[in-house]
Design a protein around this ligand. Structure first.
Ligand code: TXA
Ligand code: MG
Length: 338
């Protein structure tokens, strides 16, 4: 155990990266836990701090498209178009990797996932550091991603070198990951850049993003896959997550009465009729706010020892698709936990 520096100084955080340290930093999606992508020992520290399986590759963050080109061996036209249209922003492109990039970053794959974040603090850090930052989300593996520096510190205090403070992540769900190595770009993970928006500039394979139970519940199954993260347990709060529809929570007589010892929470767009049934209740004004607040709500539920979190189902368009993807993973991962 050692002390974690908490600072708002980009220069200080960049120094930590330069000397092979680990830095949690803000991005517009979720907070990342970064290390110099070309420093193997530093990258290993990131995996170790998170308890992340070594076979799950991390995203490399860069400041602009020319820096992105330098960590690729080939830059497919579609990747270029996607970055030109949506970056800086919540999109990650998977392209053939540059051989010089340490194998630890890409977990042995021939490809690398690259993202240009738009959060001003993230871009400032990238510019001052001047290199490429390998960064998964700044949570302990299997926990909800942090959307504030406080949440990143709560998970990783004493396990990382530095937390660069900044404003909360304004989007709240991880980036859209698009495999650009095939004939048609394929969505490996839905995010804030919607399938519809991508389809406007390219043919797109939306993939089958609904996880089956074995994928979501099984954390360390080895084996090759083009979307390695999908094998790992993700987005899982300690409580049991249930997806419910609005009609159920706004019905006059709720179908299940309150269990005296069971703590319940609700998050969604509807205002539930039986408010007394819930220990925690968050009504969001729209899907964007729901997405932005979901992970912080999961964490708040843990602090309050909530047993069951009811999450209202939303239509699977735009950000709703990413939100439903995360809700399904969270509910599948907790199905057997009770
Ligand atoms: O919004 C985000 O993407 C955040 C912020 C910090 O940038 N990062 C993030 O990283 O969510 P992480 O490690 O939690 O998720 C990265 C995802 C994983 O599902 C991983 O398997 C996948 O991207 N990935 C990384 N490299 C890949 C590659 N070469 N091919 C396919 N998938 C890859
Ligand atoms: Mg993650």
């Amino acid at each position: 155990m050692y002390g974690t520096i908490v600072t708002d100084s980009v220069a200080r955080a960049a120094d930590v990266l330069r000397t092979g340290g680990t830095v949690a930093f803000p991005t517009e999606t979720v907070y990342g836990l970064g290390a110099d992508a070309f420093n193997v020992a530093a990258v290993r520290k990131v995996f170790h701090a998170k308890g992340r399986p070594a076979d799950n590759p991390v995203i490399v963050h860069v400041a602009d498209i020319s820096a992105a080109r330098r960590i690729a061996s080939d830059f497919p036209d579609i990747a270029e178009r996607l970055l030109e249209r949506f970056a800086p922003g919540p999109i990650t492109v998977v392209v053939p990797r540059n051989e010089k990039l340490p194998i630890e970053v890409t977990a042995g794959l021939g490809t690398v996932a690259i993202r240009i974040p738009s959060h001003t603090t993230a871009l400032a850090l990238l510019n001052v550091f001047g290199g490429a930052i390998a960064a998964p989300s700044a949570n302990v593996s299997g926990r909800p991603s942090p959307t504030s520096w406080e949440a990143a510190l709560a998970d990783l205090d004493g396990r990382i070198d530095c937390v660069l403070t900044g404003t909360p992540s304004e989007l709240g769900l991880e980036s859209t990951v698009v495999d650009c190595t095939g004939e048609t770009p394929r969505i490996l993970r839905p995010g804030s850049v919607s399938v519809e928006a991508i389809a406007e500039i390219a043919m797109v394979d939306a993939g089958s993003t609904a996880p089956n139970r074995s994928e979501a519940a099984d954390s360390d199954v080895p084996g090759a896959s083009s979307s390695p993260g999908l094998r790992h347990r993700h987005y899982a709060p300690e409580a049991r997550v249930q997806i419910v529809d609005a009609a159920t929570v706004t019905a006059d007589s709720p179908p299940v009465s309150r269990h005296p010892k069971q703590k319940r929470a609700f998050i969604g767009l509807a205002l539930p009729t039986a408010t007394a049934r819930y220990d925690l209740l968050l009504k969001c004004n729209d899907v964007n706010e729901y997405a932005q607040k979901l992970y912080a709500f999961f964490r708040r539920c843990e602090e309050h020892d909530v047993d069951v979190i009811e999450c209202e189902e939303v239509p699977e368009t735009g950000i709703g698709r990413a939100l439903m993807d995360r809700l399904r993973r969270a509910s599948a991962a907790t199905d057997n936990v009770g």
